[in-house]
Design a protein around this ligand. Structure first.
Ligand SMILES: Nc1ncnc2c1ncn2[C@@H]1O[C@H](COP(=O)(O)OP(=O)(O)OP(=O)(O)O)[C@@H](O)[C@H]1O
Ligand SMILES: [Mg+2]
Length: 332
């Protein structure tokens, strides 16, 4: 549905995008994630056809957006960051005004406005002046305004920034519902965990480029390719350590004493598959090791972050500082 190829965008001598690629499937929710200054807003503006790249191409549903902007614009709903509201108007007046601006025929406007009020769940606030709305309501009103012309693609630039946890959850529910209606949605954020549970796919950007992109599970796999096996043995752990250390699938082994038992932690080259688990168990038992427990462990994002941060290296092509800010939600 959305394809951006090799986008370059300069601001004077400053490079905002350096070969940005992006691909979003129709009907999916895509999390566009990166630290401050990574190029998220610049990319979204270009996708929304309100900005032009110096090089590169954008296709919306197969149509070249730079060659035929007027054709693709009605398909796009863009919620920029920050976004202007008409403060002196009431919410419903403002929505009618936009319905008119988008050329929705007078007889259809009422139904359209009612529909977006329902979708953005803002019924309680329609009579209120925009200037009097709290941040959470304001974002929902802005979303309603983005939906007025019934776009099939939503480009939402940090829509949940500055919302409290309850407002964030509500906003996420609303966006999820829009996805379930079949809309294609791109949501940007600088916090990976904020988007991970409702996006079908994510792209992590850094320095104007895409560094990892794909289905959530695949991206997490790529960031975190090594499982561990935790094996509890009764008595002396030496035999077990040596045996494990000899296996091709094992990268490193650590043993710690836990009272009457020892806990061996084997970091694997890859996944702790059932085949590997049963092979390890069989080898240990055959060598006379008294195994009292064996379980696979996959590091969660937090463990991964700590590991990467302490190594000071990169993981899956993502810099430590980037991971840090994505996982903690702090500014980069
Ligand atoms: N109008 C502009 N003039 C000059 N530089 C700009 C302009 N807009 C963006 N930039 C620069 O381009 C780079 C990418 O900015 P962009 O706003 O796209 O990042 P972002 O990922 O949206 O960041 P944030 O999380 O802060 O919103 C940054 O280095 C920024 O300073
Ligand atoms: Mg931005």
């Amino acid at each position: 549905m959305l394809v951006a190829k090799n986008l370059w965008r300069y601001y004077g001598s400053k490079v905002a995008l350096r070969g940005m690629d992006l691909e979003v499937e129709a009907g999916s929710a895509y999390g566009f994630i990166g630290p401050n200054g990574a190029g998220k807003s610049t990319t979204l503006r270009i996708l929304a056809t309100v900005d032009q790249p110096e090089a590169g191409q954008v296709f919306i549903d197969g149509v070249d957006a730079q060659e035929e902007p007027a054709k693709v614009r009605p398909w796009l709903g863009f919620m920029p960051d920050p976004f202007h509201l008409y403060d002196e108007l009431t919410v419903s007046r403002m929505l009618y005004m936009f319905a008119q601006l988008y050329g929705i025929p007078a007889r259809e406007r009422r139904a359209r406005v009612s529909k977006v009020i329902e979708l953005a769940r803002i019924k309680q606030r329609v009579g209120q002046k925009c200037s009097t709305l709290s941040k959470g309501w304001r974002q929902r009103v802005l979303l309603a305004r983005t939906l007025v012309h019934d776009p099939k693609v939503l480009l939402l630039d940090e829509p949940a920034a500055g919302l409290d946890p309850a407002a964030r959850i509500e906003f996420r529910e609303i966006v999820r519902n829009l996805r379930d209606m079949g809309k294609t949605i791109v949501v940007s954020s600088h916090i990976l965990t904020e988007l991970a549970d409702f996006c079908d796919a994510v792209g992590i950007v850094e320095g104007g480029r895409m560094v990892v992109s794909g289905r959530i599970a695949d991206v997490l796999d790529r960031l975190n390719p090594h499982d561990r096996l935790e094996i509890e043995v009764v008595g002396d752990p030496t035999t077990a350590s040596i045996l494990l250390g000899r296996l091709d699938e094992v990268d490193a082994v650590e043993a710690t004493e836990r009272g009457a038992v020892h806990l061996l932690s084997a970091t694997l080259q890859g996944r702790a598959t059932p085949e590997l688990r049963s092979k390890v168990l069989r080898d240990l038992v055959q060598a006379g090791v008294q195994v009292s427990a064996l379980q696979p462990k996959r590091e969660d994002l937090e463990d991964l972050f700590l590991k990467v941060a302490s190594q000071g290296s990169t993981e899956g092509g993502v810099r430590v500082e980037t991971l840090r800010s994505l996982l903690k939600g702090g500014a980069a």
